[in-house]
Design a protein. Structure first.
Length: 241
């Protein structure tokens, strides 16, 4: 069984196009788990309009205990993952579009490994490709140490066996993004592989949660604090296992 986990928040502009690209690739017993973070637009109305029993919606309380900007998205994804039932799990963003062969290509690789991260093409909001290969642009690699210093992983490009998720849960309470955390767990404990073919369109627009450029607007202090918490949680997880 496949579970596709999506975190939504005010995603009415693109959620329909994303779901339409995913559903034809799934079997009748697979599922899409949508964790909605208290959307105030028509996101849930559009999801319900698909009238597809494979789509399951769960609700998430926006994470406001800390001011870290990625906390709410991370724990919204965690909520979706906790409600998933599949043996193989995909992460998906609400505003991307999957290519028709994404599920098949990832499943084929997961026969020989536990975790895959696939390439994607970066687009503008109209899906015009602006960066053909995210891997080439960000020099994506599977080095745990390298990605602790500069994360090149995208959660929306990850697929993995449930054993990886079981090892990663629970997520750190704060300060570590879900894609970095899952990547750290996977690369340090499991068999991992990169798929160099772009299998999705990674749509960037003014409301996206994370930047794609090599230089972002976060301050040096923010970046240092973020890395400190990531390293601390990573070491803690190794010691506790």
């Amino acid at each position: 069984m496949i579970s596709v986990c999506i975190a939504t928040y005010n995603g009415e502009r693109f959620i329909g196009e994303q779901l339409a690209s995913i559903l034809p690739q799934l079997g009748e017993n697979d599922e899409i788990v949508i964790s909605d973070d208290q959307s105030t637009d028509r996101t849930l109305e559009l999801v319900a309009g698909f009238n597809d029993a494979r789509i399951k919606v769960v609700h998430h309380q926006r994470y406001t205990r800390h001011s870290f900007p990625l906390d709410s998205t991370t724990h919204n994804f965690e909520n979706a993952l906790q409600h998933s039932r599949g043996d193989i799990i995909f992460l998906a963003d609400q505003d991307d579009v999957w290519k028709p062969n994404k599920v098949k290509a990832c499943i084929n690789e997961l026969r020989e490994c536990d975790f895959v991260i696939c390439n994607c093409s970066v687009t503008d909001e109209s899906l015009h490709v602006v960066i053909p290969s995210y891997f080439a642009f960000r020099h994506t690699n599977l080095s745990t140490l390298s990605n602790l210093g500069f994360c090149t992983w995208l959660g929306c490009c990850m697929a993995f066996h449930r054993s990886v998720l079981n090892s990663a849960l629970p997520f750190p309470e704060t300060q570590v993004a879900h894609d970095l955390w899952l990547g750290l767990v996977a690369t340090s404990r499991f068999r991992c592989k990169m798929i160099y073919e772009p299998l999705s369109y990674y749509r960037r627009h003014q409301n996206t949660a994370s930047p794609v450029s090599k230089r972002n607007s976060y301050s040096l202090w923010f970046k240092l604090k973020y890395r400190f918490f990531a390293i601390k949680e990573y070491i803690r997880s190794i010691v506790s296992k």
